[in-house]
Design a protein around this ligand. Structure first.
Ligand SMILES: Nc1ncnc2c1ncn2[C@@H]1O[C@H](COP(=O)(O)OP(=O)(O)OP(=O)(O)O)[C@@H](O)[C@H]1O
Ligand SMILES: [Mg+2]
Length: 317
């Protein structure tokens, strides 16, 4: 049996379905669904029963079984562009009508600060340590954030104390899976319990690499970790793709390094899109905006939209 909330969410997601047409098909009094959508009434059991066969035809079962694609944005090397990618890939996905949740899994709190959220009272920490729901801050329609700050570091001891600590984030995330199309987790530059927890809860890892001599070396550790987590906790875990970031296409050295990285990691899924160096990306973070708000005509906006389009193309609805 459907609930009022489920019908509400479904119809909200399907703006092209005519409420009056559905009323007629289900034999409901005129205006019933319009009132339900305006918050003027709650659908009764009889209404919901009549709506089941009608809404089934329009795909409500698939909608209710929907699960978000959860991507852990990872690299244990610092400053490669993980947070920048989380913000702007996320916004690029939202630009394509996807509902997106960003999660700040780094006690540096850069993701939250870069989106204008400072010293959040409600943050991921409490969900990891006090068994309360994960707090969500809606930034824009379809673009939400779970913030963190330095306080998150306090969870480390708690999460590592018990063997099941690494599952706590996955369990806390479960109720949110039906509410979003994509959940992006901004991981810290370390292979600690936070990165482990993110990978345990994810559909796939999205690896950000800079063109530099040591890029491949670090990747082997990361791929080994992904393999371990897949074997022990999360059989579905894959690699969504490797994206090269902070690239200067004019630099011969960068072109050579990228060719080398691709050759050394042959068989790994690389994104076609490369994120070029673009000062507007750094500036946008400084003023607390995503790149599409700050400078929609920048190469940063072009590249991140292309990356988002590649991701969407991998997951046909
Ligand atoms: N493509 C780019 N062009 C220019 N500057 C960039 C680009 N990508 C990221 N930056 C800047 O580089 C710095 C590091 O980027 P970012 O914070 O995204 O890296 P990170 O991998 O999340 O770092 P950390 O490991 O510390 O969390 C930031 O100041 C960011 O604005
Ligand atoms: Mg970061």
């Amino acid at each position: 049996m459907l609930t009022h909330e489920e019908v509400y969410k479904f119809l909200k997601k399907k703006p092209t379905l005519s409420h009056s047409g559905l009323n007629k098909e289900a034999g409901l009094p005129t205006g019933t669904l319009a009132k339900a959508m305006n918050g003027q009434r709650t659908l009764s059991e009889a209404h919901l029963k009549a709506l089941v066969p009608v809404l089934r035809q329009y795909g409500i079962d698939d909608f209710l079984n929907h699960r978000a694609i959860v991507l852990a944005v990872v690299n244990h090397k610092g400053g490669v562009g993980k947070t920048t990618t989380t913000i702007n890939l996320g916004k690029g996905l939202a630009n394509r009508g996807q509902s997106v949740l960003l999660i700040d899994m780094d006690s540096q709190g850069n993701l939250s600060q870069s989106l204008g959220v400072h010293n959040p009272e409600q943050q991921l920490l409490q969900a990891l340590t006090q068994n309360v729901p994960i707090p969500v801050v809606p930034l824009k329609e379809n673009y939400h954030l779970v913030p963190s700050d330095l306080e998150l570091a306090r969870a480390e001891a708690d999460l590592t104390k018990t063997p099941s600590g690494v599952l706590r984030f996955r369990n806390a995330l479960t109720p949110l899976l039906t509410q979003y199309d994509y959940i992006l987790i901004d991981c810290p530059p370390s292979l600690t319990i936070f990165t482990y927890s993110a990978l345990v809860a994810s559909t796939a890892a999205l690896v950000v690499l800079e063109p530099e001599a040591s890029a491949v070396k670090g990747m082997y550790n990361l791929l080994e970790l992904i393999h371990d987590i897949k074997e022990s906790f999360n059989a579905r875990l894959g690699v969504e793709g490797i994206v090269m970031a902070r690239v200067n296409p004019q630099l011969v050295l960068h072109r050579e390094l990228m060719a080398q990285v691709r050759a050394d990691l042959k068989g790994q899924p690389f994104f076609k899109t490369e994120i070029r160096q673009n000062i507007a990306l750094a500036e946008s973070q400084y003023v607390g905006q995503d790149i599409f708000e700050y400078k929609p005509t920048s190469t940063g906006a072009t590249d991140y939209q292309a990356l988002a389009d590649e991701v969407v193309a991998k997951h046909p609805a």
